[in-house]
Ligand binder design. Structure first.
Ligand code: AMP
Length: 356
C-alpha cells in the first residue's frame, strides 16, 4: 500500500483538543492539516492550515473537503458513519466506517469482545422497561444502565442500586436503546493505546492506570503500577482487538483489572485518547505522532517510556493556576486555546516527569 508522504494534507474530522494535538504532530512531520467540524471556533483550527465549519450531513462541504485532502482521520468517534462512507468514495478514511460502527455502539463493542473471547462485564441489551426488569434479574444489583450510543465521561449512564429505581433509570437515559451491565469489582482502571497501519504493523503503548473524578479522567499513572505479566496481557488484548477490527489508525482500549487479575474490556475509542497525552512528553513517539504515522501508512515508532510520569487534566477554571505549573520542576503544561472554562471542560493538562 502506498504511504502518504510528508507535504500531503491530512483531513481531521472534529475540532477539539485531540484534533489540535494531532495537527501539531502532523506539522512536526511536515504535513498540512485541514479540520472539518460543525462547531464555530474549534481549538484545533488555531493550529491547522485550513478549516471547514459545516455539518457532518452537508454533502457539498464534505465533497469539497474530500477533494482538498489526501487522507481523513478523526478525533471524535461519534462522527456519523454516513459522513465517513461518503468521504471514503473519494479519499481513504482511517479509521474507517467499519470500526466506527462498532465503537459507537456499546452493545456491538461488547459483542465484538465476546466474539474474541475477551472478558467484559456481564451485559444485556435493553430496549424497553420490560427488558430492563428481565436484565436486572440476571445481572443482579447494583448494575449500570448505559445508552448504547453517544455516552461519554459518564453521560448517558445511571447506576441502579434498588429495584424501585428501574423505571426512573429508564426515564433518566431517555428510554433509548441501552445495555445493562453488571458491576465489575475492579482494582484499577487501565488503558492501552494501540496503532495499526494499513500495511498491518501493530504497536501498543505501555498500559497505564486511569483515575477518574466525577466520571472524568483526572490522572493517568505511567506506567500502570501492575505486574509486568498483567501489563503484557493488557497490551496483548489491545493488539488482538486492533488486528481483528482491522484498525487503520490509532485506538484506545479501556479496561478494568478485576479480581484474580482478570482484565475486562470496557470500551474502545478509535482515536487519540486522553490517557495517552503523557506520551507527548515522556515517550519516544507520542500517540499523536503514532496516529499520523499509522494513518499515512508510515513505519510505526517506538513507544518506549523515557520517564515514568503522571498526567493530570486541567478542567474548567483550574487553568487559571497555569503559572503554578510553569514553576514546578519536571512539569510540562499544555493548554488547548479554549476561551470558555466551563466546569468540567477539558482546558489543558500537565505532565509531571518522575525521573530523579
Ligand atoms: P464508561 O463510560 O463505560 O467508560 O464508564 C465510565 C466509568 O464508570 C468507568 O470509567 C468506571 O469507573 C465506571 N464503570 C463503567 N462500567 C462499569 C462496570 N460495569 N462496573 C464497574 N464500574 C463501571
Amino acid at each position: 500500500m502506498a504511504s502518504i508522504a510528508p507535504g500531503k494534507t491530512i483531513g481531521i474530522l472534529g475540532g477539539g483538543q485531540l484534533g489540535r494535538m494531532l495537527a501539531i504532530a502532523a506539522a512536526e512531520m511536515g504535513y498540512r492539516t485541514h479540520v472539518f467540524c460543525p462547531e464555530a471556533d474549534p481549538c484545533a483550527a488555531q493550529v491547522a492550515n485550513d478549516v471547514t465549519i459545516a455539518a457532518y450531513e452537508d454533502q457539498a462541504a464534505l465533497d469539497k473537503f474530500a477533494q482538498a485532502v489526501d487522507v481523513v482521520t478523526l478525533e471524535f468517534e461519534n462522527v456519523p458513519v454516513a459522513a465517513c462512507e461518503f468521504l471514503a468514495k473519494t479519499v481513504p478514511v482511517r479509521p474507517g466506517a467499519g470500526v466506527l460502527r462498532i465503537a459507537q455502539d456499546r452493545l456491538l463493542e461488547k459483542q465484538f469482545a465476546q466474539k474474541l473471547k475477551i472478558p467484559t462485564a456481564e451485559f444485556y441489551a435493553v430496549d424497553s422497561l420490560a427488558d430492563l426488569e428481565r436484565a436486572v434479574l440476571q445481572a443482579g444489583l447494583p448494575a449500570i444502565l448505559k445508552t448504547r450510543r453517544f455516552g461519554y465521561d459518564g453521560k448517558g449512564q445511571v447506576k441502579i442500586k434498588k429495584p424501585s429505581e428501574l423505571a426512573g433509570a429508564w426515564e433518566a437515559i431517555g428510554r433509548q436503546s441501552a445495555i445493562l451491565e453488571a458491576m465489575v469489582d475492579f482494582k484499577l482502571e487501565l488503558s492501552v493505546i494501540v496503532a495499526r497501519s494499513p500495511s498491518g504493523e501493530v504497536v501498543t503503548f505501555p498500559a497505564v492506570e486511569n483515575r477518574h473524578k466525577n466520571h472524568i479522567l483526572d490522572e493517568t499513572i505511567v506506567p500502570a503500577p501492575i505486574y509486568p505479566r498483567i501489563a503484557k496481557a493488557a497490551e496483548t488484548m489491545a493488539r488482538k482487538m486492533a488486528q481483528q477490527i482491522k484498525l487503520q489508525g490509532l485506538m484506545a482500549v479501556e479496561m478494568f483489572l478485576g479480581a484474580r487479575d482478570v482484565i475486562y474490556m470496557n470500551e474502545i475509542a478509535p482515536r487519540p485518547h486522553n490517557s495517552g497525552h503523557w506520551s507527548i512528553d515522556a515517550c519516544i513517539t507520542s500517540q499523536f505522532t503514532q496516529a499520523i504515522r499509522a494513518v499515512c501508512d508510515l513505519p510505526l515508532g517506538s513507544t518506549a517510556i523515557l520517564s515514568p510520569c503522571r498526567m493530570k487534566n486541567l478542567l474548567g477554571d483550574m487553568i487559571y493556576n497555569y503559572e503554578r505549573y510553569l514553576t514546578e520542576p519536571n512539569t510540562k503544561l499544555h493548554l488547548y486555546g479554549k476561551d470558555d472554562p466551563k466546569p468540567g471542560r477539558k482546558m489543558g493538562h500537565v505532565t509531571r516527569l518522575l525521573r530523579k
